[in-house]
Structures are given as C-alpha cells and as structure tokens.
Design a protein around this ligand. Structure first.
Ligand code: GCU
Length: 655
C-alpha cells in the first residue's frame, strides 16, 4: 500500500531513509486506519531491511488514549534499550513514526521522554489545479511541475496511486489538510461541489490514509451557477438553504471533509459585494452550512482593485486587504478562517509582512505562503524559500514584546508546487520548499538551516555516498543562500514585480508599470520606489502597529531591503549599508549572476555523488537559471543606467 509507484522519485522518503527502522524489531500497538498505516509502513521497512519479526521490540509505537499528547502529538523516549513512541490519538502515532525515520540511528540512542506537538493545528496545501486544461493557465495555475496529480482529461484520475504516495510524503513532513482545485473556480470545476463530488471523495479516500483532510474551492456564485437560483445573496434564505443542502451532500460522501476555500470579489471571482453584503456575511453563509459537520471555511483576504488606473496615485493595492478586512474583526463566524497572504502584494521575493496579520485578534487567521515559485524562479531557478518563510513566521507585528506571526496564525497554508512530474516539483531541489513548508507549519520556530540538513540527509542519504562530507557541503552551498541570490539578480530593495506580464517569468522592468494591476515602481530619471508613508504617501505604513509604523514611515529607519517598497528615493540615496541605491542595484545584479554561476559549478562537481538522472535534470535547470539571471542583470542595470545617467563606480560594462 505504501511507497511511490514505479517511475516516481521517492523525494524525502527513499528506502534508505528507513534503514534504521527497518533493521529493527518494531511493534505497533493500537487499532484504527491510521494505526494500520503505521503498521504497513513498519512492515514495508522490515521487508526491505530484514528487521526481526519476533522477539523483544527495539521500537514500540503505542496508541494510548490516556496520554496528553493531544490529537496529533506524540511522546518519544529511549530508555533501557527500547525506543517508545506514545500517542493519545492515531495521527500522533503516524507523526511519531516519521520522526523516528527522520532521526534514523539517533532514534536508538538513549534519550529522555519528550513530547512533540504541532504549534499550528492546521497545516494545509492549496492546489491551484484545474480539472479542465485552462486555455491560458493550463492544467495547474502557476504550476511548474507538469499536469495535475489529481485531474486528467477533465476528470479525477482513475489511478490515484500517486495521490496516495503524495499523501505519504506530506504526512512525513507534517501536513494534514489539502484543497484539490483552483481558487479560481471555473464553471466545470464548480460542479465538483455537487454532482461531481464522488471524484473528490475518491481523492479524499487516498489522502485519509495519511491523516490528510480534503477541502474544496467553491464558487460564491454556486447557487446561481449550479442551483438555478437568481441570487447568491448571503442573506437570502433560499441561498442559505441551498448551501446547507450542498454541505450535507458533500459530507454524505466525505464524512471527514475539511471545508471550503473561497476566493471572493477578487480578480473577477464572484462575491458578496455584488449584493451589497460584507465579506463577514459571505463567509458566515458558508460557515453556517459547514458548522453542523465540523467543517471550516477558508475565506481569502486577497481582495483588491485589479482594474486600477495607473495614473491614480491615491489607490494603493498594498492597503486593500487591511482596509477591507480589519474593520470586520469580530464579525466572522467561529469556523471561518481569514486566509491572508504573507505580504500585502503577491508573493514577491521581498515584501513586508502583511499588516492584516495581528490586526484581527477576534478572527481565526490563516497565513498563506506560496511554495509554487510563481515570482521566485518558477522551479527553473533554485530558490530555497525556508529563510523567507522563517522571517515571516518570526516577525512580531507588535514589536519585541508581542507574539510572532507563527503564534498568531491558527492555520498555515501554502500553494503547492507539485504536479505529475516524475520529480514531483519539476526542479528536484524544489522538493525542499515543500518539505520545509510542512516542517515550519509544524514548528514555525524551526531553524531553516536545520531543516535543510534534515531534508538533505533524508533525500540524499549522504552516509551511503562515496564522499558524504563533499555531498553535504555541495548541497548546502547550492541551496542555503539561494533566496538571497535570487533577490540580488531580480527586483531590488523590495520594489517587487518587474516581471514579464501574464506568465511572470523573466525580467520586464516596465512590464506592469502602466497596467491595471496596481503594481508600480514609479522609476524616472530622479528616483525609484513607492511612497507608502503616512506623511506624504499612500498611508500604508500607518496600517502597522507600533513600532513598525514608525520604522517604515521614515526612509532613515526603514530597513534597506524594504526601502523601495515604502519610499520613493533619489538614486543617490545612501543605504544603511553605506552604498547608494543605484550602486546597490548594479552591485547586487553583478553578484547575483556570479553566485548562480558559482552554484552551477558546485552542482557540476557533484556528478557521481547524486543519482545521474537528478544530476542531469538539475544541470539543465542551472543552464536556464544562469541565462535568465544574466538577462535580469542586463535589463535591470541597463534600465537604471539609462534612467539615472549614473555610471557604475567600478566601471563594469552595462549593456
Ligand atoms: C496571483 C496569481 C494568480 C492567482 C492569485 C491568487 O495573482 O498570479 O494566478 O489566482 O494570485 O492568489 O488568487
């Protein structure tokens, strides 16, 4: 039952990772489907590595309802030559098992009892998968790993073995929830909610075996689209009745269904504004239908004007989510979760943390990250995002004394980067992003560097290689600083975008400058950046609590890496780093390309130490990354040289 189908990369669960467990006598105590999954995993490992079937156990995994580990926690200890995992609920046993796998031989070294519990109860992936291939967006919107894992030829795949293998990988990094279709719900996909629910149920059956609850993106207009009503007004009694019946129908097929994900009044999706109702009314409608069944509605806060006039300097897209949602605090239903993108714009390489997080103390909040690399190299570039996410999760919206984002978040959600690609993620090294998201959702304080170690030990099992230390060092060298490198050769100092319109890959400095999307940098001959101060700009900086509203308000105190997000400054403005903005742009773009070239060489030197097919795939991607990084460097540097007229202090050639 377990293990990936032939032809699928094992990612962070290669057989080798099970050696320590599989070569020992393992006993699993308890009943229930998830306990059976653990039992099957242990049996599979034993079959591979020949652990004893009888005799005293080296590892006991024990379900004990009297414990206080909670619904997903476990206690791990090693005393008197025996390792014990105890859990009060079956999911805890599953996570405990994978912790033992992660520890390998270390799990069999004497250690006192320690209880592990997830810091965040819901750790969720959103798939932006279309059932039908969309004429512009393809099968997976912003997908860079082939087709959908779930959908093919307009319906759920008949063979869901890969879905089960996916669930297994996700459980091994702590993810426990997943939505199976795009937040942009096209008419065919809307029907998954009603007459096509059996297709969703088939997927849910596979994921359930690994403790993952299935969710569905729904259209707010479903009562009109599917139910033949003439309104989707959230306060209309027929509409409420329709949604209650729809939810009942879903739960009849999927008893542990997680709930709905909704993108409403956003980028053309229908929503409550059409009826003069608020987003709390809209969310309340769906929450009410789900409540009797224990489901949740994830209501996205990504609401802004996408038909903006670029000449209008008073409208600021960054302000929109706060302006729409902060006043609604306290009005959301208990089982409604406001799902907020981590930054105020849209998953750029550098953004401040959204001021919405922390601004609604009486509302359940999910923080949304993007594992799929829409603006961070589209899985053709190496860009390990764990350090970015860690910065977000450790940010304290109320300053040093206040809680972190990781503590405030009731749920962590990420847009998945997985498709039907044999390596799951297109770029084999992009697997690390998925793994790191799951682990950070389990523990937002986890050290990203430590997660990199964990992931590479599991995935590449360096101890089995000819040169373990060189392999470890090489993998670290190409991944650890890759986000910083990516930032260097792309949009500078937090200004964002500068990507080619539509597909968002590669540079185009003015690509979104005169567009309706609200994504401007305002570069001219004198300077660059967006004035978001309260004193002279859009006022966005004042959406933050102290001390951040003051920190960001002034160019003197604003951190360098966010300067152009918050301020329009002359090219000669001197950064805290001591260099001018224009010189910083030149320097970082030269450095970024040099770093990619160096990483590519490191990777080349690992030939023979990693699987040949993986080596080849990554090498191909590095060729493209280097080409693209040069293109970024040359476009950005040329653009700003022409705009500013300021030559490079080091006299390097700028095209
Ligand atoms: C971005 C992305 C869209 C997506 C949207 C969202 O704008 O480009 O493809 O639909 O985010 O998060 O809803």
């Amino acid at each position: 039952m377990s293990g990936p189908p032939a032809g699928t990369d094992p990612a962070w669960l290669p057989d080798e990772a099970f050696r320590a467990v599989g070569s020992r006598r393992v006993q699993v105590r308890g009943e229930g489907p998830l306990v059976d999954t653990v039992r099957a995993e242990a049996a599979r490992a034993r079959a591979r590595f020949g652990g004893a079937a009888d005799g005293p156990a080296d590892l006991v995994l024990c379900l004990d309802g009297s414990g206080d580990e909670g619904p997903e926690g476990f206690t791990l200890e090693r005393t008197a030559g025996r390792t014990t995992v105890t859990a009060a609920a079956p999911a805890g046993l599953l996570y405990g098992f994978f912790e033992v796998v992660r520890l390998g031989e270390d799990a069999f070294v004497e250690a006192p009892a320690r209880t592990h519990r997830p810091a965040v109860a819901e750790r969720m992936l959103n798939h932006w998968d279309n059932v039908d291939v969309h004429p512009v967006m393809g099968q997976v919107e912003r997908g860079y790993a082939g087709g959908s894992l779930f959908w093919q030829d307009g319906q759920a795949r008949g063979d869901l073995a890969r879905v089960r293998a996916y669930g297994r990988l996700l459980a091994a990094c702590g993810i426990n929830a997943l939505s199976v279709n795009n937040v942009n719900v096209h008419p065919a996909e809307a029907r998954l909610l009603t007459d096509r629910i059996t297709e969703v149920a088939a997927i849910a059956d596979e994921l359930r075996a690994y403790g993952i609850r299935t969710h569905l993106s729904v259209s707010f207009a479903a009562p009109v689209l599917l139910g033949g009503l003439d309104t989707a007004d959230p306060l209309d009694e027929d509409v409420r009745q329709w949604w209650r019946a729809a939810a009942d129908h879903v739960y009849a097929h999927i008893p542990d269904f997680g709930g709905f994900v909704v993108k409403a009044d956003s980028e053309g999706q229908p929503g409550p504004f059409a009826y003069g109702r608020s987003h709390a009314d809209g969310a309340g409608l769906l929450a009410g239908a789900l409540a009797p069944h224990g489901g949740t509605v994830h209501w996205r806060a990504f609401v802004y004007d996408h038909t903006q006039d670029w000449r209008d300097r008073t409208t600021d897209r960054a302000r929109a989510a706060y302006d729409h949602f902060a006043p609604l605090d306290g009005q959301f239903a208990d089982n409604a979760v406001l799902q907020v993108k981590h930054g105020p714009m849209d998953f750029q390489v550098r953004e401040p943390v959204s001021p919405v997080i922390g601004a609604l103390p009486h509302t359940e909040v999910a923080v949304e990250l993007q594992v799929t690399q829409e603006y961070t190299g589209q899985q053709r570039h190496v860009c390990a995002l764990a350090p970015l996410w860690s910065q977000v999760l450790r940010f304290r919206p109320e300053g040093a004394e206040g809680p972190t984002v990781g503590t405030i978040a009731d749920s962590l959600v990420a847009v998945s980067n997985v498709g039907d690609d044999p390596y799951w993620t297109g770029h084999p090294l992009a697997q690390f992003n998925l793994y790191a998201f799951g682990r950070l959702a389990w523990n937002p304080d986890a050290d990203p560097d430590q997660l990199l170690t964990e992931w590479l030990e599991l995935t590449f099992t360096p101890d089995r290689s000819a040169e373990p230390e060189r392999l470890r060092a090489g993998l670290r060298a190409v991944l650890a600083g890759s986000w910083a490198t990516y930032e260097k050769y792309t949009a500078p100092l937090g200004v964002g975008f500068m990507v080619q319109p539509g597909h968002h890959y590669g540079p185009s400095v003015d690509g979104y400058e005169y567009s309706p999307w609200g994504t401007y940098h305002f570069a001219d001959r004198d300077g660059v950046g967006v004035d978001r101060s309260a004193a002279t700009g859009t006022g966005y900086a004042a959406q933050y609590a102290k001390p951040w509203r003051e920190t960001y308000e002034s160019a003197d105190t604003c951190p360098d890496d966010l300067l152009l997000f918050f301020h329009h400054v002359p090219y000669g403005h001197v950064l805290h780093s001591g260099t001018t903005v224009i010189q910083h742009i030149y320097d970082t773009h030269f450095e970024g390309v040099a770093e990619v070239a160096a990483a590519r060489e490191v990777w080349a030197s690992l030939a023979g130490l990693v699987r040949p097919d993986v080596h080849e795939r990554v090498s191909e991607r590095y060729a493209e990354q280097e080409r693209c990084a040069r293109e970024w460097r040359d476009q950005i540097n040329s653009y700003f040289l022409r705009a500013s007229g300021v030559p490079d202090a080091h006299g390097r050639r700028i095209h």
